[in-house]
Design a protein around this ligand. Structure first.
Ligand code: HAM
Length: 421
């Protein structure tokens, strides 16, 4: 036997039994997106590497060690997207979406790629669902986009088991003064910090707040709070966001240590986490990125967005609401006589084109085996076709739920089954 080829580490096969749960989630998401007036965007899976270096940031984990980058035949460095905010902004600028309307509200879904250490809820190819609102600097927009994710959680029935953590990193002036305050605080402890945090001390001291190293955490707990370094307009923006969330009854917790692993954030940042997950408990992360459009060559246009890991969302849905096993098959055609098998594809084609979900046997199996297959597929009905039935233009329609069986004309089958829906 030839050697079997295994899938690459950290990626998943989504098999048909799971795909139906994905489709359920996708249906919920597209309905909620439509209610919130977000339009779907489908940017490419790969982009120039430079796009991510300039947006997510050279010094982040994502860009410094997790990207799947390769050179194409012309020698250009390309990267499988590790996230989609950068791609959406690139597309927004390139396609002049600003001209269509001053606020562009976009959503997306698709696979992302990061070379992280795989574990439950953390994969190398994973799916994100995300939304970006580009154009408005105002707190109403922050609140709308948070409410959008909250609505998706509500529709999925998991809002109560998820908590929202929120913080503000302010504008660039506020961040600069916090950076200085944090460095002043950490300098006397520099030698006690982990190696990664020592490196970040110069390059990106805010990320030290995110360190998981126990000793770092001990030091950080007394660090100055970013909230104390926000300038007046940043405080004002943040307070309005919190006020509106309260008014909307969207529960949140202010988390002074919350920082995000991507460099483009300004003002509001947030994360939704779930207790139903293990170490990888973030099901959604996002925030404002008021400088990114300009930094990528567009106009000075503010924006805010979030992205959520679909595998993690489904783990939470699963933990709380086990999938219901419902029948997805209306009818199984059971052919009794050998000489009738050749008519089966034509008969079933008509039913399928009329909207029935039906199947038949292509392995020339016995009647008993065909009925067993009908059962395995949880068909609601079997249409049994023998020589007598064929000559009379009928099938024996068996209702698996009630056990009833009666002869039904070929052209009445669809109507009869539809009457039972
Ligand atoms: P992020 O926090 O890097 O943000 O990712 C968002 C979400 O994607 C996470 O909360 C998590 O649910 C999921 N996720 C991330 N990495 C993995 C992984 N390796 N395996 C499974 N799920 C994962 C962003 O990507 C930003 N683009 C969000 C954003 C949009 N900010 C503004 N707009």
């Amino acid at each position: 036997m030839s050697e079997k080829i295994q899938r690459v580490k950290g990626v998943n096969d989504i098999l048909p039994v799971e795909a139906s749960r994905w489709q359920y989630l996708e249906t919920v998401v597209s309905q909620v997106m439509a209610r919130f007036a977000y339009g779907e965007i489908r940017p490419p899976i790969f982009e120039k590497t430079e796009l991510f270096a300039r947006s997510v940031g050279e010094d982040t984990d994502i860009v410094s060690k997790e990207m799947y980058s390769f050179q194409d035949m012309s020698g250009t460095s390309l990267t499988l997207r590790p996230e989609l905010t950068a791609g959406v902004v690139r597309s927004y600028i390139q396609n002049n979406l600003q001209q269509i309307s001053p606020v562009q509200k976009l959503w997306y879904e698709g696979p992302m790629f990061r070379q992280e250490r795989p574990q439950k809820g953390r994969y190398r190819q994973f799916w994100q669902l995300g939304a970006e609102a580009i154009g408005s600097p105002n707190p109403e927009q922050d609140v709308e986009i948070i409410a959008l994710f909250h609505a998706i959680l509500q529709e999925l029935g998991i809002a109560d088991s998820v908590s929202l953590k929120i913080n503000s990193v302010g504008d660039s002036e506020s961040r600069q003064s916090y950076r200085t305050a944090l460095q002043d605080f950490l300098r006397p402890h520099l030698n006690e910090l982990s190696e990664t945090s020592q490196h970040r001390f110069e390059t990106n001291p805010l990320r030290i707040l995110d360190s998981k190293a126990p000793n770092d955490r001990e030091i950080i707990k007394d660090a100055p709070k970013i909230r104390d370094c926000l300038n007046a307009s940043s405080v004002d923006h943040y307070e309005q966001v919190l006020q509106m969330l309260t008014e909307m009854n969207i529960p949140f917790v202010q988390d002074d240590l919350l920082v995000r692993g991507l460099d483009y954030y300004t003002h509001t940042i947030f994360e939704f986490t779930s207790d139903a997950l293990g170490a990888q408990d973030a099901i959604c992360g996002g925030g404002r990125y008021n400088d990114l459009v300009k930094e990528l060559g567009g106009n000075d246009v503010p924006a805010i967005g979030w992205a959520s890991g679909i595998e993690r969302l489904l783990l939470v849905v699963d933990a709380l609401k086990p999938a219901e096993s419902s029948s997805t098959m209306d009818l199984f055609l059971v052919v009794q006589a050998e000489e009738l098998r050749a008519h089966a594809p034509g008969i079933i084609q008509k039913w399928r084109m009329a909207g029935l979900r039906c199947d038949f046997d292509t392995l020339k199996r016995s009647m008993k085996a065909q009925l067993r297959e009908a059962n395995r597929q949880r068909a609601r009905f079997a249409a049994i076709l023998g020589n007598d039935e064929y000559s009379q233009g009928v099938v024996q329609l068996k209702n698996f739920e009630t056990g009833e069986q009666s002869a039904i004309a070929f052209d009445r089958v669809v109507e009869t089954i539809n009457n039972y829906r």
